[in-house]
Write a protein that binds this ligand. Structure first.
Ligand code: HPA
Length: 276
């Protein structure tokens, strides 16, 4: 059996020894959304450290565990904290959690992240519905022997972000008076922030927001047949767009400020996914 798949099954068995909860929606919480748990009726928590072989994050603010529970009547699993490629994990470990949530039963993957705004009409604090992504600067998580148990060798990526889910998120934003930008998210490896020339290049390529996560998870999830959606919190304008240098603290603070709207958008969107 494929080694990556074997490890995935071991992780699944580990979680299944602790809970038989079957989630419908899997939610990945990005920077600043760490205390989102308030909105969930939690049934069970599984710290990542309790799952043999599971990648555990080293980034401040990313301490990790799975929360299983309900948002309204929708069974969800929520990842409090994720690992990033720049931490040094192989990309198949970075996408292991998304694949694991798929094996636990989740049909929908809701990705969130903190991002830099590249589109000149964006402002710090805006939320952005991800319509599509640029993956060409990120490591492809499907390199290596194909895991046939999960999906096909050459999966189609022409509609990674599910149209019906996008419409739900738009409607949830509208119904709750939440302003929502839309656009293309590009994942770079990080961990250094971009140079102003990087940002000009990314803008010329059609990038609206830039960050260091999400795309690899979206590709792995799409490969495995999940329906994917995502929202970015624009925490700062990207390098060179203002005079201020970028710091992780600034990103975290901006995410904290945007958190109430971000949380509400996620909650209200997930509620509307009950009938899917
Ligand atoms: N660049 C990359 N990643 C980010 C940024 C940024 O400006 N802000 C938050 N995450």
């Amino acid at each position: 059996m494929n080694e990556i798949y074997r490890k995935l099954l071991e992780c699944r068995d580990c979680v299944r020894q602790k809970t038989d909860f079957v989630p419908k929606v899997a939610i990945v919480l990005g920077s600043g959304l760490g205390d989102y748990a308030d909105g969930i009726k939690v049934e069970c928590e599984v710290p990542y450290g309790d799952i043999k072989g599971f990648p555990v994050s080293t980034v401040p603010g990313h301490a990790g565990r799975f929360l299983f529970g309900y948002i309204d009547n929708v069974p969800v699993v929520c990842m409090k904290g994720r690992v990033h490629y720049y931490e040094g994990y192989p990309v198949n470990d970075v996408v292991l959690p998304a694949r694991l949530m798929h094996l636990l039963g989740a049909k929908i993957l809701f990705l969130t992240n903190a991002a830099g705004g590249v589109n000149t009409s964006f402002h710090a604090g805006d939320l952005m519905l991800i319509r599509d992504h640029i993956a060409i600067f990120a490591p492809n998580p499907l390199i290596g022997p194909n895991i046939d148990e999960l999906g096909t060798r050459f999966p189609d990526m022409s509609a990674v972000y599910d149209r019906a889910l996008q419409e739900i998120i738009r409607n949830a934003a509208r119904a709750n008076g939440i302003f929502l930008q839309e656009g293309v998210y590009t994942q770079l490896t990080g961990p250094s922030f971009e140079s102003p020339a990087d940002i000009r290049a990314l803008r010329a390529l059609g990038t609206d927001a830039v960050g260091m996560s999400t795309v690899v998870e979206a590709i792995a999830a799409k490969h495995a047949g999940m329906r994917v959606c995502g929202v970015s919190c624009i925490c700062n304008l990207a390098a060179g767009m203002t005079d201020a240098p970028l710091t992780h603290e600034e990103v975290q603070e901006a995410a904290d400020r945007a958190a109430p709207n971000f949380k509400r958008l996620v909650t209200e969107s997930v509620k509307m996914m009950a009938d899917l």
